[in-house]
Ligand binder design. Structure first.
Ligand SMILES: [Fe+2]
Length: 395
């Protein structure tokens, strides 16, 4: 494989992000004067509803990148490393690949009441982790379904989000019913038809990457969003993963149209020692496929095939070395993961190597293949914005 020995550090990648198609936009018949993206059945062809547009996505791990903060940009990262018990729990969930009810209870216990410093001289006190919306997502490289036999439940086996979206309309279902229409008065928010910039109460998503060498989350600096022209109401059907009454079957979220002026960010290196907090009430976000993931997918499938051959009696001949060059903007972590898979393909034991050699190779292969599967946890948190000074930030 060419280029694997070179060390590249990228500051931005070119990637396809999924936006609503302009042909799917209609005028809303509501009194709010907004536009809406048409709701289609849950199994409707993605490409009919959404279009992929090439965007520059800047890597916040690179030097000289702007800093982001929750209040202005709509998102920032918080440090989870000091919470040792939480870190052990997240490592457990990452290893198993799904979260149990008991682990979800422990996760909530670790976070409830936690205080995290933010930019802008504020800190975030987590008051309540919502019972609904705690979700673990898993996605293979380049969109590969790595566990197609597993059925999506309320918490587990969710695919990564392909379309750029905002998670909740402050005036929409289910907040409207749950808070009897008071949510816009209680929660700080900014929407195309109104804002509340004085409330210290926020509804945020806490998004914890268990590993995201592939399919990372991207978030927009919402100061670059023209909300009145590009933010659309969208009713998301939820019956495939939530058991709700008929009046709350459609979740009112936001969809977005593409525009060249929008600024997008991601982290090429991020594990569960950090997490994103972002505004649930409209911050545009979604996952994307990194340059080079198609190569990772090919090695993943190659290793899967070799594992099958080895367990079925042995590999007779090593596959020829690949001559595929990785794109110049392949991130360093992905480049390393591909290199590791390439060396395992080249070192597969031939003939009758004996059980210890086979077991050793299979263990390394499982680790290398697992590395390129994106795993993340997300939940919704009611939190308070406080000055980052004593006694407000007292733990
Ligand atoms: Fe989301």
């Amino acid at each position: 494989m060419e280029g694997l020995s070179e060390v590249h550090s990228v500051t931005a990648v070119k990637a396809e992000l999924g936006f609503s198609r302009p042909s799917e936009v209609v005028d809303d018949h509501d009194v709010r004067g907004l536009r809406r993206a048409v709701t289609r059945p849950i199994d409707y062809d993605f490409s009919q509803q959404f279009e992929y547009r090439q965007c520059k996505v800047q890597d916040l791990c690179a030097s000289d990148q702007p800093s982001t903060n929750l209040l202005d940009s709509g998102f920032e990262t918080i440090d989870l490393a000091p919470l040792r018990g939480l870190q052990s729990l997240l490592a457990e969930v990452k290893a198993v690949g799904e979260i149990s009810n008991d682990q979800a209870r422990r996760l909530r216990r670790h976070l409830r009441g936690g205080i995290f410093p933010l930019g802008s001289g504020k800190c975030l006190k987590m008051l309540h982790i919502a019972p609904e919306g705690l979700v673990m997502r898993t996605g293979g490289p380049n969109g590969l379904k790595v566990a197609p036999h597993l059925t999506m439940t309320e918490m587990n086996h969710h695919d990564v989000a392909q379309a750029i979206h905002g998670d909740q309309d402050v005036r929409g279902t289910p907040l409207k019913q749950m808070m009897r229409g008071k949510a816009p008065w209680l929660f700080r928010h900014q929407t195309p038809d109104g804002s509340n910039r004085w409330s210290p109460l926020v509804l945020v998503n806490l998004w914890i990457p268990l590993q995201q060498i592939t399919r990372p989350l991207t978030l927009m600096d919402r100061r670059s969003l023209d909300a009145s022209n590009h933010q659309l109401r969208y009713a998301l059907p939820t019956e495939s993963f939530l058991d709700r009454s008929d009046d709350m079957r459609l979740n009112d979220i936001w969809s977005f149209l593409h525009d060249d002026s929008q600024q997008w960010y991601f982290h090429s290196r991020m594990d569960h020692s950090k997490a994103y907090v972002f505004d649930t009430l409209g911050e545009p976000h979604g996952s994307f496929i990194l340059p080079g993931e198609d190569v990772a997918e090919q090695y993943y499938l190659h290793l899967q095939e070799l594992c099958g051959q080895l367990l079925a009696g042995g590999v007779k001949q090593r596959p020829a070395a690949s001559t595929v060059a990785l794109p110049a903007d392949t991130t360093l972590p992905l480049r390393k993961a591909i290199k590791s898979m390439a060396s395992l393909v080249a070192s597969v034991p031939l003939g009758n190597p004996g059980k210890p050699a086979v077991d050793a190779w299979l263990t390394r292969v499982r680790e290398a293949m697992d590395c390129v599967v994106r795993k993340s946890l997300e939940m919704r948190v009611v939190a308070l914005l406080l000055p980052d000074q004593w006694p407000f930030n007292r733990r």
